[in-house]
Design a protein around this ligand. Structure first.
Ligand code: PMP
Length: 430
């Protein structure tokens, strides 16, 4: 098919709500390592990493060889039967899970992982109400749209009841008009008032991303989660850390993002980078919480042997090649470069992130912090024209999100920084 045919068929046969980037959608033909190529043969440096998904590089031979071998052995079983691939992955995840988190429930996506987490928390605690944070994103199902704190991703007709949103830890635009650290972490402490005023006082839990991804890589301040987890537990709830974007070394040095806040969650959910792009969802918790899930359940594709092999070989590779450390070293280099760009380009209002999850928030004016969604779109387009793919996010659609594969080099980062610099200059003078 020609490129135009592919684009036309997308419009004709797929839901419009499944949105694409760019005025002229990018048709990807193939990918390898940190690069993707479009249908015209143009090469791009992939600094979104799929969508925070490609942890060890596109089509990594060490992963795909194992996937191919498993396809030839047995491709599907369903959860009614057990395979070595399934238990090997579960054992590996349990060995890495923080503290006592040892039991896995595998599904196909982050959305399902969060669904399972909330259902499990409700069954374990006997409570129904759940807290979520403003600016959070939890998925595309009915329940997870309801947990989401971004209006653009919440349009689903009737939204589930029993979910309450608390203001989030968005320091650059503090909802209380305070500044860290003199704020004394008011946003964390205020969760108690939210529970006391907007719930029955007995909650099933709070679900929060360790770093808010679609919300624009919002990094909670140090100490935030310790206070929040304590409050949630005092009101009968479980602390659920959504690590769909932040797990598997992405934030540098640690397997799980939440470890940087020195808190052991009751439940962790993950997906994305876990299997380097093969669809997977994980809900991980302590045995007594897992075993409180009563009644029969089945996931036709959850724990699929091919998926499990993909995940296990991805995780093994991250471990063998110390990619968590690379994410920290190369991530720090990236961060330093982005800060230089902030000094140079007035439209960068904020630089934030951890490891190889870095974002820049674009504003029209640094004093008023007026969001600049148009400039953000232009930057995305300019970067594409120069062969660099980056992502977008934020309530105001004004944050550039970057999450390249964990095995990139400082040279890749320098190339990306050079392109960003050039693209920022073009946008600012337009
Ligand atoms: N939680 C977070 C933090 C996410 O970023 C996403 C996906 N962007 C999801 C949940 C949902 O995952 P999926 O798209 O795999 O259903």
């Amino acid at each position: 098919m020609t490129r135009d045919e592919i684009v036309r068929k997308k419009q004709e046969y797929l839901f419009n709500c499944v949105a694409t980037y760019f005025k002229d959608p990018l048709v990807i033909d193939h990918a390898k390592g940190q690069y993707v190529w479009d249908s015209d043969g143009k090469q791009y440096l992939d600094f979104l990493g799929g969508i925070v998904t490609i942890s060890v590089g596109h089509s990594n031979a060490k992963v795909t060889e194992k996937i191919k071998a498993q396809i030839d052995k047995v491709q599907h079983t369903s959860t009614l039967f057990i395979t070595e691939a399934l238990v090997s992955l579960a054992e590996k995840v349990a060995s890495l899970g923080p503290g006592k988190l040892k039991k896995c429930y595998f599904t196909n996506s982050g959305t399902e992982a969060n669904e399972v987490a909330v259902l499990t928390a409700r069954m374990y605690t006997g409570n129904y109400e759940v807290l979520a944070l403003r600016h959070g994103y939890s998925g595309h199902s009915h329940l997870t749209k309801s947990l989401t704190g971004l209006h653009t991703w919440r349009k689903a007709g009737v939204i589930s009841c029993g979910i309450v949103h608390a203001p989030g830890p968005y320091c650059y635009r503090c909802p209380y008009g305070l500044t860290y650290p003199s704020c004394n972490l008011h946003c964390a402490k205020d969760i108690e008032d939210v529970i006391k005023t907007s719930t029955s006082g007995q909650i099933a839990g709070l679900l929060a991303e360790t770093i808010q991804g679609l919300g624009g890589f919002i990094v909670p301040p140090p100490g935030y989660f310790k206070i929040v987890a304590n409050i949630v537990r005092n009101y009968g709830g479980l602390f659920i850390a959504d690590e769909v974007q932040t797990a598997w070394g992405r934030t540098g040095r640690k397997w799980w993002g939440i470890e940087h806040w020195e808190v052991e969650p009751d439940i962790i959910t993950s997906a994305k980078s876990m299997a380097n792009g093969v669809p997977i969802g994980l809900t991980l918790t302590r045995p007594e919480i897992a075993d409180a899930y009563k009644g029969l359940t089945i996931s036709t594709f959850g724990g699929n042997p091919v998926t499990c092999v993909a995940a296990k070989s991805t995780i093994d590779l991250i471990e063998e090649e110390c990619l968590m450390d690379n994410a920290e070293t190369v991530g720090n280099h990236f961060r330093a470069g982005l800060e230089v760009l902030r000094d140079k380009h007035q439209i960068i209002g904020d630089v934030r992130g951890m490891g190889l999850m870095q974002g820049i928030e674009l504003v029209k004016d640094r004093k008023t912090k007026e969001p600049a969604p148009d400039l953000t779109n232009q930057l995305l387009e300019r970067a594409r024209a120069h062969g660099l793919l980056v992502g977008k996010g934020g309530l105001y659609a004004n944050v550039i999100r970057m999450s390249p594969p964990l095995n990139i080099s400082k040279g890749d980062v320098d190339a990306a920084l050079g392109t960003l610099d050039k693209s920022l200059a073009e946008v600012a003078t337009k």
